[in-house]
Design a protein around this ligand. Structure first.
Ligand code: PNW
Length: 446
């Protein structure tokens, strides 16, 4: 191949249901925690919601054609649980929608990669305790089984969860994401129930001819200095962000130091019987990578705010490493992608890996002649794709790359004020414009 990648390498772009679909009341969909959260004043930076989003529910066929025109061969989308089981019983029109979507992918030569949970928990399940209760994991298994049964003839690549770190620690720790709860170290119960849901679902859906995994958001964590205190801060954050997920999934054990840091050792000891299910072999692991993190020991007196995405280590401070930043304030360091993939490969040397998300937000503008010249995003993409190319050339088991995102969309707590698309969306008209970065990817994979 002229671009240095083998011809079987998967090139795709990703979206998530609540971020793109809109049509929140269509065809029997019920409310999710994101409907509730986004409609609570003060939660979303620009006061917006996903009510309309980029209307992908109605425009998916055009969007998939556009993706195919870009020369990409895979589409990673998520399935909205509240369309399939809004209240616990099956809503056939919801399944029909994703069948149409998957069939449209196939008709355009695109392989569908479906994620079963990208954060839109049915509101009735949150009302019953959400991810803090075990029952939610069992309900997730039921929903996964129904969905897989209905679609496994057209969807062969499945991910159970997207970024359970975000669901647990932004949803139940800092409260920046739905359901907006601040439960301190109890957020680790959400971690366990999410991973249990993954294990139960995997066990229920795994079948011949399919490929099954999960998408995490691990990141390299650096200590600001070599001091013991800074290194301990890095150990704590690496524990919460990476090891708390990777180790049970890949090695069948929770990291003891993280459970001690959080005072959760006894609670987790009582869940030990779940570990074989959680640690069952994966066919692949999805890695969503955006940026590395540098941390330092807390300076000054310890105070423990309840609202934190690092429960038990609330006072560990993030340090600016002085790298270029995207509009999210996230550092740009493509070598971090290599670092995290290599460290996962050490834990599971044979496991196929995919970059299931990678991308950047910048304040795009449409020029007078209707173009979007997003050179910074193009550079970001080029640097990270180059890392993938080096790894693949070295024989590393990296199987594909998905840009986040196909389209500008509802960026969670930031609403529409942050754009990640390789395709621009004019939110007033829903017009799509392929950005310069999207054209670059098209040329590259072409
Ligand atoms: C991921 N953080 O979210 C998600 O999978 C996407 O839905 C999202 O649009 C994308 O990254 C860009 O944000 C994250 O605060 C959200 O560290 C927040 C964080 C990480 C990932």
């Amino acid at each position: 191949m002229t671009n240095g990648f083998p011809s079987g390498f998967t090139w795709g772009a990703a979206t998530a249901s609540y971020q793109v679909e809109g049509a929140i009341n269509a065809d029997g969909r019920g409310p999710s925690i994101w409907d509730t959260f986004a409609n609570t004043p003060g939660t979303i930076a620009d006061g917006s919601t996903g009510d309309v989003a980029v209307d992908h529910y109605h425009r998916f066929a055009d969007d998939i054609r556009m993706l195919a025109d870009l020369g990409l061969t895979a589409y990673r989308f998520s399935i909205a649980w509240p369309r399939i089981m809004p209240t616990g019983t099956v809503n056939q029109p919801g399944l029909d929608f994703y069948r149409r979507l998957a069939e449209t992918c196939l008709a355009n030569g695109m392989t569908p990669y479906a994620t079963l949970y990208h954060w839109d928990l049915p509101q009735p399940l949150e009302d019953a305790g959400g991810w803090l209760v075990r029952d939610t994991a069992e309900r997730f298994r039921d929903y996964a089984a129904v969905t897989h049964d209905a679609l496994s003839d057209v969807v062969k690549h499945w991910m159970t969860l997207n970024e359970p770190w975000c669901s647990a620690f932004l949803g139940y720790g800092s409260g920046e994401h739905a359901p907006g709860r601040t439960e301190g170290t109890d957020a680790l119960k959400a971690v366990h129930h999410l991973l249990l849901g993954h294990g139960l679902a995997l066990d229920a859906i795994r079948s011949e001819g399919g490929s099954y995994g999960i998408a995490l958001n691990p990141a390299p964590i650096h200590a600001a200095t070599d001091s013991p205190a800074d290194r301990d801060a890095a150990r704590r954050i690496d524990g919460l962000r990476n090891r708390l997920f990777l180790e049970p999934l890949l090695s069948g054990q929770y990291p003891a130091d993280v459970l001690e840091d959080t005072g959760m050792s006894d609670w987790f000891a009582a869940q030990e019987a779940d570990l074989p299910l959680i640690g069952a072999p994966l066919d692949f692991l999805g890695v969503n990578y955006y940026c590395p993190t540098t941390v330092a020991a807390p300076d000054g007196p310890i105070s423990t705010p309840r609202a934190s995405d690092q429960p038990g280590s609330e006072n560990v401070v993030a340090v600016d490493p002085g790298l270029p930043k995207t509009q999210m304030g996230w550092s740009v360091q493509a070598s971090g992608l290599r670092d995290i993939l290599v460290s996962i490969n050490k834990l599971a040397p044979e496991l196929p890996l995919y970059v299931t998300e990678n991308g950047s937000a910048y304040p795009d503008v449409v020029t007078a002649d209707g173009q979007v010249e997003d050179d910074e995003r193009l550079d970001y993409l080029r640097q990270h794709v180059a890392v993938c190319k080096d790894l693949v050339t070295e024989g590393f088991p990296l199987k594909g790359y998905f840009a986040w995102s196909l389209l500008d969309n509802f960026e969670w707590a930031w609403g529409y004020s942050r754009r990640f698309g390789i395709v621009y969306v004019d939110y007033a008209t829903q017009q799509r414009i392929v950005k310069k970065s999207g054209r670059w990817l098209q040329d590259f994979v072409g």
